[in-house]
Design a protein around this ligand. Structure first.
Ligand code: ASC
Length: 150
């Protein structure tokens, strides 16, 4: 049956394409390193802008803080797919791969902390933003201590 064959081929290529998205997103390890460093760089930029407000070095503009916190929360989900097997290097310590469960849990802790920061930022309460910023910063540092080259 010709239609059945076409159906099966379509199904198989759809499945392969979606598997490709999950597993073969990067052609070379350098591409993965560039991707995760880029996401983390953009995230750190927005996080730093909130930090300046929290430290009193920049005026508190609610809308700006809310925008930056939303960027941080979104970007925080991206780097992890680019730490796959065979992508060792960059500023990442080997522990990312040898102690991957701990790395994953540290990354999840950070993602939860920046969701909290984003909630505080959207509500516009500076005291809550300060608290959530402190916790988020600690979650960045906690991961860097164990998994990032000094
Ligand atoms: C930042 C930034 C980080 C974290 C970390 C917090 O602004 O770029 O990596 O905060 O330094 O301790």
């Amino acid at each position: 049956m010709k239609f059945k064959r076409i159906f099966l081929m379509t199904l198989i290529s759809t499945l392969l394409a979606s598997a490709g998205l999950a597993f073969a997103q990067f052609k070379k390890p350098e591409d993965a390193i560039k991707y995760r460093q880029s996401a983390l760089t953009v995230m750190a930029n927005s996080f730093g802008k909130i930090g300046a407000v929290v430290k009193g070095e920049a005026p508190f503009n609610k809308d700006e803080v809310a925008k930056n916190a939303a960027v941080v929360a979104t970007l925080s989900t991206l780097p992890w797919q680019a730490f796959g097997p065979g992508t060792e290097g960059g500023n990442a310590l080997p522990a990312v791969w040898t102690d991957n469960a701990k790395f994953k849990s540290a990354s999840e802790k950070m993602q939860l902390a920046v969701v909290d920061l984003n909630k505080a930022a959207q509500s516009g309460d500076l005291e809550n933003i300060k608290k959530a910023f402190g916790a988020a910063g600690a979650s960045c540092k906690g991961c860097h201590d164990d998994f990032k080259k000094k």
